[in-house]
Design a protein around this ligand. Sequence first.
Ligand SMILES: Nc1ncnc2c1ncn2[C@@H]1O[C@H](COP(=O)(O)OP(=O)(O)OP(=O)(O)O)[C@@H](O)[C@H]1O
Ligand SMILES: [Mg+2]
Length: 385
Amino acid sequence: MHVTHLSLADFRSYARVEVPLDPGVTAFVGPNGQGKTNLVEAVGYLATLGSHRVASDAPLVRMGAERAVIRAQVRQGERQQLVELELNPGRSNRARINRSSQVRPRDILGIVRTVLFAPEDLALVKGDPGERRRFLDELITARSPRMAGVRSDYDRVLKQRNTLLKSAALARRHGGRRGAPPARAESSAGADLSTLDVWDQHLARAGAELLAQRLDLIAALQPLADKAYEQLAPGGGPLALEYKPSAPGEAQTREDLYTQLMAALADVRKQEIERGVTLAGPHRDDLLLKLGQLPAKGYASHGESWSYALALRLASYDLLRAEGNEPVLVLDDVFAELDTRRRERLAELVAPGEQVLVTAAVDDDVPHVLTGARYAVSEGTVERV
Ligand SMILES: Nc1ncnc2c1ncn2[C@@H]1O[C@H](COP(=O)(O)OP(=O)(O)OP(=O)(O)O)[C@@H](O)[C@H]1O
Ligand SMILES: [Mg+2]
């Protein structure tokens, strides 16, 4: 698929901007702070319902404005679709497809698909497990948009289960501290705890589905990431992706993963009640990224970490393409970080893509193989050159 037109209203630094786009390569070039990343961030938002730079929507709305609108005309084969998303920080966002009545934002997932690589991706290698879980889960959703529903079920159940655990933890402590009759404190905690069993099942059901998808994804991604790394940094690998679950075991199928997760929850139940928080499940897992025999985190050099993150994104791109979902590839400020050889290699790898959006501060940073449209971005204007 590719985007044929992007319009923004009150998004980041843009009051209004209209950007017609062609398939093939488009480069946005301009000095620092002029709004290049803002453009591609908007495209990425439509694909993931999140920004690759910030966790909340507030910074995405132009200072002084109340809401932002991102609109994209999308072409997939013969099919044209218009997607529209209104960001209302602090309230719910609204979405529309083809100007029809409102749909849930997550219903637009799958219309715009992107693989976005940006300097922030260094955190995939060097950052907290949450960065890697988000990487996996966004890719799972790109492969299968219905997983957005499973993810939100899991998050909802997790939140409710944590609330219950917290109140059970509080009831215990309360009973102890205030010297209330133990029987009363115990019985209210006891009532909570019988509902906990039901929440365990809900959590394990959604959790097992998420886990099964993550494991399947990692198996598919591993050879592609290794290949991409070899292309970028010959002889530098091999590269291995290992899932680190909080519920230990060898299970692979959804049913076995469910059983494994239920067992893990039973094991940690006592600690959970003490601490008032859910201690096993996909929200506590990590993806171990190994380079050679060593974990990349804490061991890999800056350049190696950068190439690793890039290899993960290129692998994601290959995977989605191989599965027939050609996404838009976004390379934000990537070339300036690479030496000439790696730059040329990357450019050759991505040049045949259906649509590639590149940002760079100066023309010379965009390799010659990537010929295509150029836009000059300056003080909120985007002009074709
Ligand atoms: N909510 C907002 N309201 C108004 N301006 C904003 C908002 N969010 C960001 N900006 C402005 O947008 C500009 C940054 O835009 P962007 O990140 O797209 O720059 P860039 O062209 O990619 O620069 P660089 O080359 O440094 O990466 C900054 O000047 C920032 O102040
Ligand atoms: Mg930028």
